[in-house]
Design a protein. Structure first.
Length: 218
């Protein structure tokens, strides 16, 4: 009997070690063994990417290593995992979500995974991309009239932009028109409350559940 936990731990180490060939081989092995695609992402790929980020923060990795890790992640996601996740998409019309990474931050792995999982669970998603200024979030809320606005940040310096976006929504008279959910490595439940967000999620699975609850459609 195959131990998914052990396999996914090996996936994590392969990603952190920037071994793309081994990562792909282990992911394929995990899927053949019956490990769920979501578990592969949440327990293998994501922890590996967080470790890469930590090594970058410590000065052990640099920009080329970050790019290499992102290529590994995106390649495996796009070719092996997204088709399986999309195959389980539910057509429930849960609601519309505008999502983006805040100004000054170009990290998109967590945001992209949240967007995928929301779509899989029947949400319509408008992805604004990365380095999104407050005015662009405001324009999107005005144009798309989403039920929820999601913001992501991976740096302690850029997460402060989330407050700026919420202030901009208030100034535009739109704050009461949309629920706001925030997330990212440095973001906490306490910070979300401080800036006036409606919810905080620590990962993609929780983000989906929180979005359902925000709309009363769980």
């Amino acid at each position: 009997m195959v131990d998914c936990k052990d396999l996914l731990n090996r996936v994590r180490r392969a990603v952190a070690g920037l071994d793309g060939e081994l990562t792909r081989k282990l992911v394929e092995e995990a899927l053949r063994a019956g490990c769920s695609p979501l578990a592969v992402v949440e327990e293998g790929l994501r922890p590996g990417m967080w470790e890469v980020g930590e090594r970058f923060e410590r000065g052990e990795y640099f920009l080329p290593e970050l790019i290499a890790a992102a290529d590994i992640f995106n390649g495996v996601m796009g070719e092996l995992l997204l088709p399986l996740l999309e195959a389980s998409r539910q057509s429930s019309g849960r609601g519309r979500v505008v999502i983006g990474t805040v100004r000054g931050d170009i990290h998109d792995i967590g945001k992209n995974l949240v967007a995928v999982m929301l779509r899989v669970n029947g949400f319509e998603v408008v992805d604004l991309g990365v380095d999104v200024p407050p005015e662009k979030f405001v324009e999107a809320v005005r144009a798309y009239r989403p039920d929820i606005l999601g913001m992501s940040a991976l740096l302690t310096t850029t997460m402060l932009e989330m407050r700026n976006v919420i202030d901009a929504l208030r100034a535009a008279g739109l704050r009461d028109k949309v629920k706001v959910i925030v997330g990212g490595a440095p973001v906490t439940e306490e910070f979300a409350r401080e800036i006036g967000a409606d919810a905080y999620a620590r990962d993609a699975v929780e983000a989906v559940e929180k979005c359902k609850k925000l709309l009363g459609r769980d």
